[in-house]
Design a protein around this ligand. Structure first.
Ligand SMILES: [Zn+2]
Ligand SMILES: [Zn+2]
Length: 174
């Protein structure tokens, strides 16, 4: 069973046993980036509606802090739905898991090609890295020390657990 991120859970789940069946509220302030300026961001599918995250503090960045047009907002939302659908197929261990993991890990797969295109557009505003899928569920998983796209060395960021390939604009969990 792949790791499940429960970061969107309210502080006290027992307060409302049906919280997963209700519309999600806004991201709590404490989970929003409070860096004075946005230095670099990652395009990353968490469980929320907004896939823009600060590469420095790892918190969510409100889209208006970047600023882009409605078409890019639409394209980001559409990509995120597809990315999220694949992630759910992967998390639903069983029939779809391995197929979905291959789609998510394929550098030439549609979801990654489209995601990297969106990253490039965002990169015109703020340095943007595309968050690469890591399949922690495989036996003998080892943190990546090479870029999955170019095979080059990855570089440690200010965050200990995050590495990047600058040439390919990829970020990965270490
Ligand atoms: Zn930040
Ligand atoms: Zn690379």
């Amino acid at each position: 069973m792949p790791m499940v991120d429960n970061s969107n859970a309210p502080p006290d789940e027992s307060a409302d046993r049906y919280w997963k069946l209700r519309p999600a509220g806004p991201t709590p302030d404490v989970e929003m980036c409070r860096c004075a300026s946005v230095g670099a961001l990652s395009l990353r599918d968490s469980f929320g509606k907004n896939p823009l995250f600060c590469l420095v503090c790892n918190a969510e960045i409100a889209p208006e802090r970047i600023g882009f047009d409605a078409q890019l907002a639409e394209d980001i939302a559409f990509w995120l739905n597809i990315r999220h659908a694949l992630k759910m197929l992967w998390l639903d261990s069983g029939e779809y898991e391995q197929w979905a993991a291959r789609r998510l890990g394929d550098p030439n797969g549609s979801v990654n090609v489209k995601g990297r295109r969106i990253s490039k557009r965002l990169n015109q505003k703020v340095r943007t890295y595309y968050w690469w899928f890591s399949d922690f569920s495989v036996d003998g998983y080892e943190p990546p020390n090479r870029c999955p796209l170019c095979g080059g060395d990855v570089v440690q960021t200010a965050r200990e657990c995050v590495v990047v390939c600058d040439a390919c604009s990829i970020a990965m969990q270490q």
